[in-house]
Write a protein that binds this ligand. Sequence first.
Ligand code: FES
Length: 168
Amino acid sequence: TPDKMPPLKGDLLVHAEGSKEGRPVRLEDLSIQLVRAWPMGKNENGEDVIRKGDPNNILALYRFPQGQLVAPTNLEATINGQVVAYSDVCTHAGCSVSDSDVNAGEMRCPCHSGQYDPKRGAVVTGGPPPRPLAQLPITQQGENLVVSGFFLTYPYPFTSKEEWESHI
Ligand code: FES
């Protein structure tokens, strides 16, 4: 069903929590603080459907000052080399990853202290996660954010690229 489909090209990103929940994320809403979002697509009747039927569709958005996002982040898949989207699902056991409360612009998983660096492709910087968070290609449409392709690597809970690709 459309609400369980993974993020698809053309999906609009909408706020997943807070006072703007369900509303489109605008570039001005973003900073080095994590903003959680859902992809929103259409059903067969052309009506908007937020894809939150699968909790693993939750996304993490950041906007960094120019020059701070570096490899292995795929800059082609960011907006202006500043705005980046990742799966917000920890690759260790699937918890939702949060901001680090120690270092701004870093991520920490509340479950077993996995750490990721969202400026460097969400590489693992500590704890048990086996691999980076999957980066989702995005583009700008006016002030809104739109998905522009599939995850660049496979997201949790998949255990291989093949398994992920057979799901989509
Ligand atoms: Fe994130 Fe274990 S689920 S560190």
